[in-house]
Design a protein around this ligand. Sequence first.
Ligand SMILES: NC(=O)c1ccc[n+]([C@@H]2O[C@H](COP(=O)([O-])OP(=O)(O)OC[C@H]3O[C@@H](n4cnc5c(N)ncnc54)[C@H](OP(=O)(O)O)[C@@H]3O)[C@@H](O)[C@H]2O)c1
Length: 312
Amino acid sequence: MKAIRFHEYGGPGVLRLDEVDLPTPDAGQVRVRVAATSFNGVDGNIRAGRMQGPMPMDLPHVPGLDVAGVVDALGEGVDTLRAGDAVIGFLPFGDDGATAEYVVVAADGLAPAPTTIPLGDAAALPVVGLTAWQALFEHADLRAGQRILVNGASGAVGGYAVQLAKAAGAHVIATAGPRTRGRVEKQGADVVIDHTAEDLPAAIHEPVDVLLNLAPITPEQLTALVAVVADGGVIVNTTVWMPAPSDEARGVRGIDLFVRSDATQLAGLAERVDRGELTVDIAERVPMTDLASVHARAERGALDGKVIVLPA
Ligand SMILES: NC(=O)c1ccc[n+]([C@@H]2O[C@H](COP(=O)([O-])OP(=O)(O)OC[C@H]3O[C@@H](n4cnc5c(N)ncnc54)[C@H](OP(=O)(O)O)[C@@H]3O)[C@@H](O)[C@H]2O)c1
């Protein structure tokens, strides 16, 4: 089968198309015929070798943490899935990923794919959808009536976070640039602050219960946002190269989020998509042979929204 792999860490040019053996599922695993994977920001750091500490892996490595596809072969003992089932999943860090025609995955890591959107588009859901869900409901314990500030709401995680927070009955304040404001409003934000034109702490007139930071701001900018969080509130930060600040005296907790795979949560997100409660936004669909150029554009800050990567 064909797969994109890197044999050494480096720039986008290390990503190359290889012919590799069709993988065979071990006990408890299935082989998935890949409909698509997606590009996540962390993929560039993995390829560049910046994640070798937390995510050790053998080279060559197939990137692609998200998968959407169809079960193609079953390993011994798998009785929860059948050949032909459409599935989605968040693949373990370090294992070969889904920028390939086929990938083997633990059966219990997969969830049924949504049925109301194209299967490949569902690859836009696992990593970023789970990040949004876990931030809001595992870490921040967001409840109806609370106020939340989503900083970086125009991105892939932010799009789901705004929709899920609104559906939970929260008052959602979001940041976006002039280009992405309309999308964030459509996703349900009650207030949108233009982060390119307004001073963020000053633009928040009433404290928020939850601050979800998704934006690549400086540690000083993140620390300045502690002031807008109410006593007893929580800051959840996904840009974990800087620690989440806190304010013990006021009971404001800071949480560094590390997303994890959870097939039950993922199935719940897919059901929300099928009920029309969660929209999956796709910016581009590209063949996997274009992956190096997607990585290069990401490094230049020239990607706008979620990119789906197809095996063809
Ligand atoms: N720790 C974890 O487990 C985990 C999991 C998933 C993601 N992440 C990280 O979380 C972050 C968000 O992920 P993502 O996939 O949503 O990334 P993304 O699509 O690149 O979104 C980030 C957004 O931040 C906005 N932004 C840039 N500068 C800003 C500023 N100064 N103020 C406010 N917003 C600003 C950008 O919007 P505009 O430039 O268009 O305004 C962009 O849409 C990334 O850093 C990602 O690596 C971490």
